[in-house]
Each structure stands twice: as structure tokens, then as C-alpha cells.
Design a protein around this ligand. Structure first.
Ligand code: GTP
Ligand code: SPV
Ligand code: MN
Length: 588
């Protein structure tokens, strides 16, 4: 491939001099090229081919045991001052970070091929779309990037001299956890990642570019880059209204994005626009428009079944890569929660012989599939619309065993931002570290905001001033637990009942109950029929426990104080409002 852009030529040369690869290959995304790479990866043991009849063109990859999730403690925002990165990000000065990593990258690709992947985040001819180039020494990364982003013959030359692109450098090196770093240089539009070959650490178009770097760009350019799914709900009259929802990692975005409504609501249909990332811009009509910059799904495999997410199961049946799942003896994949038929024998995610009586997991809890979005049976006709889709609602939600009710609506945009900024959730297997610990995770962006989150909240308020027709903002919690430690709400497809209330609210079809925390549904406005749920449980799901909320207010106060002077006043005002409403007899 002939490269014309002088900056690209210079950069490739610079990285070549640093990493000293044996060869350089420019990736054009062609089937011919991919086929050669797959065969090489099979030969070298990086991937295995699955049964081609049952899973055509599908592959299995096992990571190292120390490399199964994003590493938040090794992820840095590199800016001149710590204040620019803010109290929630790991920070390092760019000079120090480059120096440190240059030593690690030195000759890291010796005797290896260096792959150069020009890619596009967003569809062609869209004002949302951004370019990136990832340099990597991993074929697994190449194959995944060719699914997750748009890679083709023309992109390299579309990046003309005056067009910006993100410089992404990745080397799996020797997967040494102690020397693993995921470094972001927002001012340089640059990402350096070393010593991991896992998902969000290595597929640099995803969390690194489309959230951390993009959120920084968005702040400067007047838009938002968010950890949100986007879906359309088609009503019986054929109208489609669009929602975006921000839930932390492994808290149900892919499931909600592909939901099949319960039988009762067979005249409704959900269309998937995106399952993880949304770029939001204010349209000329004063509405907020959302676009999915990705080209595929990197979804949690564990727990994906015909019951929970049939559309995902259909999506992954061809042209997919499975990471850290179990391989059955008939050379197809399996994971916990896939079906009732637990295999008698298989090879587990660590590559070891597995039988159910071992009482170990066959698939890692954060095992994943990578599949092209256009294979999804419910993919929206609008998913590649260069303008995105207009949002009627934004939903925030986390995994909270108690406190937040099944659903509530914020009073207005500013209060909605406060609701988002107040989010917290139990940690999951999607990131290294403890699981099930409640932590604050504003807008599900804690690990993904590329600048100071106080400025990020301020930016949301600024956006609010410019939207004349803002989406309504809601909060949901599918994860309330009862005394027996069971989920009180059936979740999954039954979540449609809540989505239905949300669109009813957006269309002013139903009234609501005003409470201290926001508007709650009237029980009669949600259809509970054909559900195995009693009145007590329903009441419990909506209960506002004053004592817990007073604790929450205290906790929020401490959390928000971390941001110091930078914190926008509106947050303080909203917190005060919440606390006053709880003190007010009217609400007692
Ligand atoms: P990331 O890809 O990490 O961003 O995750 P995600 O937000 O897309 O989460 P996903 O839809 O993959 O779901 C993660 C886990 O939550 C899976 O184990 C699901 O089975 C489970 N889950 C999803 N929706 C529900 C729900 O409504 N109720 C319950 N109890 N669990 C759910
Ligand atoms: C997440 O953790 O939110 C994911 C998976 O979507 S990863 O690509 O690893 O970030
Ligand atoms: Mn995610």
C-alpha cells in the first residue's frame, strides 16, 4: 500500500526504529489478507479454528491467565498537570510516561511483524467519524480490530495531510503484568499500550480512543462520548423512538440493546444501534443525536443464552472470535449459563482438561465474543446513519443490591446529570480487582473519562444549555436483592416493561409519583401481568429507604469533595436539593 500522508510515514518510521520489527504489514481488511493472518495465527497457536459447519469462520483465543480484563490501576491519563486528569484517573506527566514506555517498547517487536491498521470509528461520510491507526504485534488484535472498527483499503489514503488521526501503539511484548501500561496522551492524540493482549487494553479503538481520547475531543468540540448502548423501540404503529443507556461494564448494556420483548408485547420490537459506546451531538433540531462509532460487538459470553439474549447467540454463530471460553470435544464453544447441557468434558479457558466435577469455571467470567454488528438479527436500519438517531431518553443504571429503585425519572436535565453523576455500582469481572464492591461510577464513565470528571460534569451542564429539546433522563436498577440474596426483579426481557414506561413518560402518556429522588411510576402504569412477582416484591422494588438515602447523601458529599473547587455549583445545588427534600415533612 502506498502511503501519501507524510506524518503517517514519519510516525511509522519512528515506531519501527523503536520496536525494531522484522517486517511491516499494512492492514487493508481484505478477506485475502485476513485469511493469511488467520492461518499464521493458527500455526503459531494464537487462535484455534472452530468447527466450520456449526461455527463458520469462527475462532477461539485464550489469553494468558494474568490478562483477562481491563487493568484500571495500570491505565493512565498523561497530561502536564494532575488537575487536567482529575482525582479519579491515574496520572503521569507525558514526558515521564513516554520515557518509561520507550524503554519497554524498545525492540519489543524484534523478530516479529509489525501490523499497521488504519481504521475508522463511525460510518463513512459522517461528521461524527474519527480516524485512527493502530500499530500492533498481535494478529489477535488485527483480527478483532477488523471486526470492531471499520478497516478497508481506502482508509489509509482518506487520512489526508490535514486530517487528524489517533496514533495508537500496542505491543503485547511478554504480557508482564508488572510492566503493563495503558497510557493516554490526549493532547498528542496518542495511545500507548504494552504487555496486555486483552480487549479494552489492546483493541485501542474501543475504550482508549472512542471513550478516553474521544471524551477529551468531545469536551473541546462541544459533544459527548459516552459508555452507552443505543436502541430503538418500534411501537405497534411503526414509530421508532430511540434511547441510550449508560451502565457500567458487565451490567447489562448488550443484553438490553438486543432485548426481545415478552410475548405480551409482541407488537413492539427493539432495534439495536449500539451496545457499548455512543457519541452524542446536538442536532439542528435542538435534539441530542446518538451514533455508535463501533462496527462490532465485544460482548460478555458468560451468561449469554437463548433465554437471556437470543439475538446475541444468533449474532456470534459465524465470523466471530471467542476469547477465554470453554472448547467442547466437538470443537465448538460453551460457557457457563449458555444452556442446561453442561458438557461432560472440554478444554477450559486456561487450556486445561475440564470436567464439571472439577468445580472450576470452564469459561472465564469475563469471556467475550467479537462479532460483526451487521450480523445481529435486530440490528437497526439506522445503525450506520451518518447523522445518528435522535434520543428521546437517556437511562443511567448500576448494580445496586439496595437503595435505588427499579426505575425513576429525574426532574429535569440538570437533576438528571446529578443522577448520572451519583451513580454507583458493584464492581464486576470486566476489570481486574475485587468483584462485588460498591464504588461510585459517574455516568458509568469512571474508568473511561479522558480528563477531569469535574470538567466533564460541567461539560454536561453546558450541553444542557444548548439543547432546546433534551432527552428525559431516567435511572434503573435491575439488581435489587432480597433477604435470600436473590434478584427481586426477573430482568432481561422483562426489562421491556420498564422501557415501555419510559417511552410512555417521554410521550406524556402517563402521570407519575413525585418523590424526594425523582418521579416514580404509578404501579398501575406498569404492566405486571404474566410475571411471577407478588405485590410485596413490587413495593420493595420501589421502596425509598430514608436511612439508606441519608447515608448515600453523606457518601456523595465526600465523593464530590474530591473534585475540590473545580466541581460545578449545579452538583452542589442538586445535592442540597435532595437532602432538603428528605428533610421536608411533605416528603416524610
Ligand atoms: P460490557 O461489555 O462489559 O460493557 O458489559 P454490558 O454492560 O454490555 O453487560 P452485558 O449485557 O454483557 O451483561 C453482563 C452480565 O449481566 C451478564 O452476565 C448478564 O447475564 C447480566 N445481566 C444482563 N442483564 C441483566 C438483568 O436484567 N438482570 C440480571 N440479573 N442480570 C443481567
Ligand atoms: C467493558 O469492560 O466495558 C467492555 C469490555 O466493554 S472492554 O473492551 O475490555 O473494555
Ligand atoms: Mn463496556
Amino acid at each position: 500500500m502506498n502511503i501519501e500522508n507524510k506524518e503517517i510515514i514519519k510516525w511509522i518510521k519512528e515506531i519501527q526504529d523503536l520496536c525494531k520489527p522484522k517486517k511491516i504489514l499494512i492492514i487493508d481488511g481484505s478477506e485475502k489478507q485476513l485469511e493469511i493472518l488467520r492461518n499464521k495465527a493458527i500455526k503459531e497457536g494464537e487462535i484455534e479454528k472452530l468447527d466450520n459447519k456449526k461455527f463458520p469462520n469462527c475462532f477461539l483465543h485464550r489469553t494468558m491467565e494474568n490478562d483477562v480484563a481491563r487493568v484500571e490501576d495500570k491505565t493512565y491519563i498523561c497530561t502536564e498537570t494532575k488537575e487536567e486528569a482529575g482525582p479519579t484517573n491515574n496520572w503521569m506527566r507525558p514526558k515521564e510516561a513516554y520515557t518509561k514506555l520507550r524503554i519497554l517498547f524498545k525492540e519489543s517487536m524484534k523478530n516479529k511483524t509489525m501490523y499497521v491498521i488504519p481504521f475508522m470509528m463511525g460510518p463513512p461520510k459522517s461528521q461524527f467519524t474519527k480516524f485512527g491507526i493502530e500499530i500492533t504485534d498481535s494478529i489477535y488484535v488485527v483480527l478483532n480490530m477488523c471486526i470492531m472498527t471499520r478497516v478497508n483499503k481506502t482508509i489509509m489514503n482518506e487520512i489526508k495531510d490535514n486530517i487528524k488521526f489517533t496514533k495508537c501503539l500496542h505491543s503485547k511484548k511478554d504480557i508482564n503484568l508488572d510492566e503493563r501500561y495503558i497510557m493516554h496522551f490526549p493532547k498528542d492524540n496518542t495511545i500507548w499500550s504494552i504487555n496486555s493482549a486483552y480487549g479494552g487494553n489492546a483493541l485501542l479503538g474501543k475504550k482508549c480512543l472512542a471513550l478516553r481520547i474521544a471524551s477529551y475531543m468531545a469536551k473541546n468540540e462541544g459533544w459527548l462520548a459516552e459508555h452507552m448502548l443505543i436502541l430503538g423501540i418500534e411501537k405497534p404503529n411503526g414509530e421508532i423512538c430511540y434511547l441510550a443507556a449508560a451502565f457500567p461494564s458487565a451490567c447489562g448494556k448488550t443484553n438490553l440493546a438486543m432485548l426481545i420483548p415478552p410475548k405480551k408485547f409482541k407488537d413492539y420490537k427493539i432495534w439495536t444501534v449500539g451496545d457499548d459506546i455512543a457519541w452524542l451531538k446536538i442536532g439542528e433540531d435542538g435534539r441530542l443525536w446518538a451514533l455508535n462509532p463501533e462496527n462490532g460487538f465485544f460482548g460478555v459470553a458468560t451468561g449469554t443464552s437463548a433465554k437471556t439474549n437470543l439475538n446475541a447467540l444468533e449474532t456470534v454463530k459465524k465470523n466471530s472470535i471467542f476469547t477465554n471460553v470453554l472448547k467442547k470435544d466437538d470443537n465448538i464453544v460453551w460457557w457457563e449459563g449458555m444452556d442446561e447441557e453442561v458438557p461432560e468434558h472440554g478444554i477450559d479457558w486456561k487450556g486445561k482438561e475440564w470436567t464439571p466435577n472439577l468445580n472450576t469455571k470452564g469459561a472465564h467470567p469475563n469471556s467475550r465474543f467479537t462479532s460483526p454488528a451487521n450480523q445481529c438479527p435486530c440490528i437497526s436500519a439506522e445503525w450506520e446513519n451518518p447523522n445518528g438517531v435522535p434520543l428521546s431518553a437517556i437511562i443511567f443504571g448500576g448494580r445496586r443490591a439496595e437503595l435505588t429503585p427499579l426505575v425513576y425519572e429525574s426532574f429535569n436535565w440538570n437533576h438528571g446529570i446529578f443522577v448520572g453523576a451519583s451513580m454507583s455500582s458493584e464492581t464486576t469481572a470486566a476489570s481486574n480487582g475485587n468483584i462485588g464492591v460498591v464504588r461510585r461510577d459517574p455516568m458509568a464513565m469512571l474508568p473511561f473519562c479522558g480528563y477531569n470528571m469535574a470538567d466533564y460534569f460541567a461539560h454536561w451542564f453546558e450541553i444542557g444549555k444548548k439543547i432546546t429539546n433534551p432527552p428525559k433522563i431516567f435511572n434503573v436498577n435491575w439488581f435489587r436483592i432480597n433477604k435470600n440474596n436473590e434478584f427481586m426483579w426477573p430482568g432481561y426481557r422483562e426489562n421491556f416493561r420498564i422501557l415501555k414506561w419510559i417511552i410512555d413518560r417521554c410521550e406524556n402518556n402517563v402521570s407519575s409519583l413525585k418523590t424526594e429522588i425523582g418521579y416514580l411510576p404509578l404501579k398501575t402504569n406498569i404492566d405486571w401481568s404474566e410475571l411471577d412477582i407478588d405485590d410485596n416484591t413490587i413495593n420493595e422494588l420501589f421502596k425509598i429507604n430514608k436511612k439508606l438515602w441519608m447515608n448515600e447523601i453523606e457518601d456523595l458529599e465526600i465523593f464530590f469533595k474530591n473534585f475540590g473547587e473545580k466541581m460545578p455549583n449545579e452538583i452542589g445545588k442538586e445535592l442540597k436539593g435532595l437532602s432538603e427534600r428528605f428533610g421536608d415533612q411533605k416528603f416524610a
